[in-house]
Design a protein around this ligand. Structure first.
Ligand code: C5P
Length: 247
């Protein structure tokens, strides 16, 4: 079946501190969104690319016009939609614009602009092999704790305390693109639609909605190059990756 790639690029990028939407923040010579879209084109996995951008961002509209030309030259349908206040709302908006005949979809963060073709190809291969949901992930290097709010005995100072340590060997750090049978993801989002804003803010990836349906979610190998650019340090690392030696 044919595959659409949704690129969510409607975040504010507040944590990066650039004062512009993250998708427009330059990485090397080009805005992050340009790298993200070219990465999808290079992987040759998409019949359609659908980008969710902040509503009324004229500069991103212009950037998308240029990207639309590049996509068309590669025979890929290119669509742009207004994103929402939450990532999940941006995904939902994009799902309404998937073309007829598309049977699988990958949801990808514009904030992971250097994702290698190999990751897209592993996700696509799992979908071809019958997975209804598949996510790229890496083993975690840090020990991860579960915490709750707490106070120090002598002062009552607000801190946190540990309530658990999940076995690190079973933990994975999850990336995008996350691949789905389109019908399954639509069903998952039909559920999510009913959630209030606070609950919606806790939807940090798409697979968790499919898990809630009881569907099996498969895992393939991610990449350190798929890092999510969130802080200025991440941007520095991505610039270094772009330069070459780390590539
Ligand atoms: O905020 P976070 O780092 O989780 O964002 C991940 C991706 O989701 C980014 O590419 C961002 O542009 C996108 N996003 C979105 N709409 C929002 C919030 C985030 O498309 N309202």
């Amino acid at each position: 079946g044919s595959c659409a790639v949704v690129i969510v690029a409607a975040g504010s990028g507040q944590r990066l501190g650039y004062g512009v939407p993250k998708a427009r923040v330059p990485l090397g010579a080009d805005p992050m969104l340009v790298h993200a879209v070219r990465g999808v084109l290079k992987a040759k996995v998409a019949a359609q690319i659908c980008v969710a951008i902040p509503a009324q961002d004229a500069q991103l509209v212009d950037i998308c016009q240029q990207l639309s030309n590049e996509a068309q030259a590669a025979g890929v349908l290119f669509s742009v939609v207004d994103g929402g206040a939450q990532r999940s709302e941006s995904v939902y908006a994009a799902l309404a614009h998937i073309a007829t005949g598309i049977t699988t979809v990958m949801i990808h963060d514009a904030a992971r602009p250097l994702t290698p073709s190999g990751v897209f190809n592993r996700v696509a291969a799992a979908l071809r092999d019958g997975a209804k949901a598949v996510i790229p992930a890496l083993a975690v290097v840090d020990t991860i704790k579960t915490v709750i709010p707490a106070t120090l005995p002598a002062t009552g100072a607000g801190v946190e305390q540990v309530v658990g340590t999940p076995a690190r060997s079973q933990l994975r750090a999850v990336q995008t693109p996350q691949g789905f049978e389109l019908e399954t993801l639509r069903r998952a989002y039909a559920h999510a639609l009913t959630l209030d804003d606070q609950t919606a803010a806790q939807i940090t990836d798409d697979a968790m909605l499919v898990e809630a349906l009881g569907e099996q979610v498969f895992v393939v190998q991610g990449s350190t190059h798929s890092l999510k650019i969130t802080s200025p340090t991440d941007l520095l690392l991505a610039e270094a990756m772009l330069e070459g030696p780390l590539r």
